[in-house]
Ligand binder design. Structure first.
Ligand code: GLN
Length: 197
């Protein structure tokens, strides 16, 4: 398994560390050529406008869209915003997932929080279905899912914080910042399924 992590800005190093722990080969993606030969791509958290502007500046927008047509792609936090079709404001977006996001939906940095989530899809990874401890850092909400996109997890009040659309995955929170590897393993399974549907 060879997984790229978009390394323009944000916490790509933490994703790489987690992927290596799981035995995947990793590549820092900064240019279109770096997508060659990858089985999947993670877009990390950070600042979505910055990531989008840098991706546009380095000619990555179309190559990333192209890549996502045939491979698994997962966006965490800012990465989820960048994957979305609609962030309710003007900024460069890949527009790949049929989700509308609301940036900074929980307020400022100081309003960051952690909480346990029920994520039924992770039963495929661990049948014990322990709650997933999720870290939200100035996080977006997934305000709505449309078309083929479906919710994977929501807060107790029903607000959506994780979604999937085929091999595309979006999480409002940061699975790379805890020791719980289940989301990364879930993603590796999606990457493994490339081309087998
Ligand atoms: N607040 C950031 C944004 O809107 C996302 C924060 C994060 O990735 N932790 O882009």
């Amino acid at each position: 398994m060879k997984i790229g992590v978009l390394a323009l800005q944000g916490d790509f190093a933490e994703h790489i560390a987690m992927l290596r722990r799981l035995g995947a080969e990793t590549v820092e993606v900064r240019l279109p050529a770096h997508l060659e030969g990858l089985d999947g791509l993670i877009i990390p958290g950070g600042e979505s406008t910055t990531i989008g502007k840098l991706a546009a500046a380095y000619g990555l927008m179309e190559p990333l869209r192209q890549f996502a047509r045939q491979h698994a792609v997962w966006g965490t936090c800012a990465g989820a915003i960048f994957l979305s079709k609609d962030a309710q404001r003007q900024q460069p977006l890949l527009g790949l997932m049929d989700i509308t996001v609301e940036r900074n939906a929980f307020g400022r940095q100081v309003a960051s929080f952690e909480t346990d989530l029920q994520v039924p899809a992770l039963e495929a990874i661990d049948s014990q279905a322990q709650p997933y401890h999720a870290v939200f850092i100035r996080a977006p909400l997934i305000a709505s899912v449309q078309g083929e996109a479906r919710s994977l997890a929501s807060l107790e009040d029903g607000r959506i914080v994780a979604a999937q659309q085929g091999r595309l995955l979006a999480t409002s929170f940061h699975p790379e910042l805890t020791g719980d590897e289940r989301f990364h393993r879930y993603f590796l399974r999606l990457a493994q399924a490339n081309g087998t549907e």
